[in-house]
Write a protein that binds this ligand. Structure first.
Ligand SMILES: NC(=O)c1ccc[n+]([C@@H]2O[C@H](COP(=O)([O-])OP(=O)(O)OC[C@H]3O[C@@H](n4cnc5c(N)ncnc54)[C@H](OP(=O)(O)O)[C@@H]3O)[C@@H](O)[C@H]2O)c1
Length: 294
């Protein structure tokens, strides 16, 4: 009798994958998809109850899966440092880091570090976490960083208004944070070129998730209708899973993907001067000391 093997099910066996914002939407679907491929999953969630519930859901679907939960509110830099410390105490390797957590806030709220929250969670947390984990990623040859961006992008980075000092508009703050994610992805790929770590970013498509919870009332009112035309999280997770696992993108770095295909983006993201300035501003905002990470 012929035995039919599902080759895709085990392709991530032995790989350790950290996914931020893994308790809902695209992050949860990404965690589930990679768990099904045999990866060891570290779910990073800010709320213990929501994290435990999502972990149970994944374990129900992937009975022999190895799924771990780590709690961190990525809006605070102290929590990111603590997360990295605990991770390094528990794990020796990290093969995939998926920076997925994100918010879209209607109001300007400063974090305890004094940074506008959308910018802090969507971009600065990716910057800090990636840099603090770079040593362990470098030791896990080969390793990948996958940054969830968007196709909703601001025209430029307004360095004089990063914290909403001049004004705060929800869509612009979100678009600026996502533009920063793409600039950072390209800049990091230039800085780590020739190493065993690759870094790419993606737009997941328009996906029906909890992202709506902080939208204004009138958007929420129409959401049931708009939601009919949006993807389900499982479909929205496909490009993240592809970039984390596919041999087709082995060695590919510094690219932006949609629907599992590399695509061009707007002109501003290729401006290396802006990318360098953003990098320097990010060092100042995080007090990152490259001689002594974590
Ligand atoms: N949905 C779309 O159409 C779309 C389009 C383009 C890009 N994206 C991006 O896709 C990513 C995933 O979003 P989603 O659509 O799946 O929305 P979602 O269901 O709201 O998921 C967002 C995740 O991020 C977590 N998160 C938010 N703030 C956090 C913080 N301070 N610390 C730690 N975790 C935090 C959330 O945790 P809680 O559950 O505790 O809030 C949740 O797990 C985001 O980066 C988003 O910008 C989404």
């Amino acid at each position: 009798m012929a035995i039919i093997k599902n080759h895709t099910s085990e392709i991530m066996k032995g790989k350790i994958c950290m996914i931020t914002g893994a308790n809902s939407g695209i992050g949860k679907a990404t965690a589930l998809g990679l768990a099904k491929m045999g990866a060891t999953i570290i779910m990073v969630c800010r709320n213990k109850d929501r994290g435990e519930k999502a972990l149970e859901d994944i374990k129900k679907e992937v009975e022999n899966g190895t799924v771990d939960l780590m709690i961190a509110d990525l809006s605070t830099q102290k929590a990111i440092h603590q997360l990295v410390k605990e991770f390094k105490e528990r794990y020796q390797f990290l093969h995939v880091l998926i920076n997925n957590a994100g918010v879209n806030l209607s109001r300007c709220v400063l974090t305890e570090d004094g940074i506008e929250t959308t910018f802090a969670v969507n971009y600065l947390a990716q910057y800090l976490l990636s840099n603090l984990l770079l040593d362990v990623l470098q030791a896990s040859s080969p390793a990948r960083i996958v940054n969830v961006a968007s196709s909703v992008l601001a025209k430029n980075i307004d360095f004089e208004n990063l914290n909403g000092e001049k004004h705060y508009r929800q869509l612009n703050a979100y678009g600026q944070s996502k533009l920063a994610v793409i600039l950072f992805t390209y800049e990091l790929s230039r800085r780590i070129e020739g190493t065993v770590v690759t870094v790419n970013c993606l737009h997941p498509g328009y996906v029906k998730t909890n992202m709506i919870k902080n939208f204004r009332k009138f958007v929420k009112y129409f959401y049931p209708l708009i939601g009919l035309f949006m993807k389900k999280p499982k479909k929205g997770a496909k490009t993240s899973i592809y970039l984390a696992s596919s041999s087709e993108v082995e060695g590919v770095s510094g690219k932006y993907f949609k629907k599992r295909k590399e695509v061009e983006s707007m002109k501003a993201v290729y401006d290396e001067e802006i990318a360098k300035r953003l990098w320097d501003v990010s060092i100042a905002l995080t007090n990152l000391n490259f001689n002594k990470t974590s």
